[in-house]
Design a protein around this ligand. Structure first.
Ligand code: ADP
Ligand code: MG
Length: 249
């Protein structure tokens, strides 16, 4: 059984269609990336999955007892508010010192528990959010543009961390990203969203799909080729169904 099954999901914000008839499935252990331009409904889709947005029609089915770790796109903390990383991790539900230290280490920021949230770099802040999502022992992590504000090496390092976590924890990952060329090597499957599912499949398939190119152009072609080249070695892709592209909207 799938972890999450989305069927015919339609969401309107104040009468405006944000998502139209979206179908999507995530299986255990998969890393799936959603790409799409600003306003294409990516955050809405994630928020519908966690139950923060009510569908106008369609259905979202989750595996019984599914635990979701969610990293939102925006989280602003008043810099004037004294708040240590340890206290932040304990909001809203208390976590033990041991668990806090463990999830920080897993997220790649060991030993920063006593630092102030306001003193963290962008990369450290994102990793603290990741650590916070880990302490529910998630079956799936939902990451909404988790590398926003990081430079390219910072983003690449963050995605490597996600890949390691997937292996260590065996959890699935559903992430939203603008940087297909950066996440390609870490993704089993890519879904290109523009209010509806434009195309989906293996990263290289989506990158060369006309629907994707129409949305994003071919400017990242060089980087894409590089990643493809790096992936000439054999990976065991268990979820390699390359769905046909459709342009229905
Ligand atoms: P993305 O994450 O792909 O940038 P969003 O899911 O945030 O897109 O937004 C999709 C569309 O829905 C946009 O047109 C956005 O302006 C609109 N929207 C998102 N959230 C709300 C909201 N709470 N109220 C009204 N409109 C919203
Ligand atoms: Mg968004």
């Amino acid at each position: 059984m799938s972890l999450i099954d989305v069927r015919g999901l339609t969401v309107k914000h104040g009468g405006q269609l944000a998502l139209a008839h979206v179908d999507m499935t995530i299986d255990r252990g998969e890393i799936v990336t959603i790409v799409g331009p600003n306003g294409s409904g990516k955050s809405t889709l994630l928020r519908a999955i966690i139950g923060a947005v009510t569908p106008d029609s369609g259905k979202i089915t989750t595996a019984p007892g599914l635990r979701i770790g969610y990293v939102p796109q925006k989280l602003s903390i008043d810099p004037a508010l004294p708040l240590t990383v340890r206290r932040f991790l304990g909001l809203p539900a208390r976590v033990s010192r041991k668990v806090a230290d463990q999830v920080l280490a897993e997220a790649g920021v060991p030993g920063i528990a006593e630092q102030q949230m306001s003193s963290l770099s962008g990369g450290q802040f994102q990793r603290v959010l990741l650590a916070r999502a880990l302490h529910v022992r998630p079956d799936i992590l939902l990451l909404d543009e988790a590398t926003q504000g990081l430079d390219q090496p910072g983003s690449a390092a963050f995605y490597r961390q996600i890949e390691e976590l997937r292996v260590a924890r065996g959890c699935a990952v559903l992430m939203v990203s603008h940087e297909l060329h950066v996440v390609m090597s870490a993704s089993d499957r890519v879904i290109c969203l523009n209010g509806h599912v434009c195309c989906e499949g293996k990263p290289a398939h989506v990158a060369s799909a006309p629907e994707y190119r129409a949305l994003f152009g071919t400017g990242t072609g060089g980087a894409l080729a590089l990643y493809r080249h790096e992936h000439d070695h054999n990976h065991d892709h268990t979820h390699t169904h390359e769905a046909a592209c459709s342009t229905t909207s």
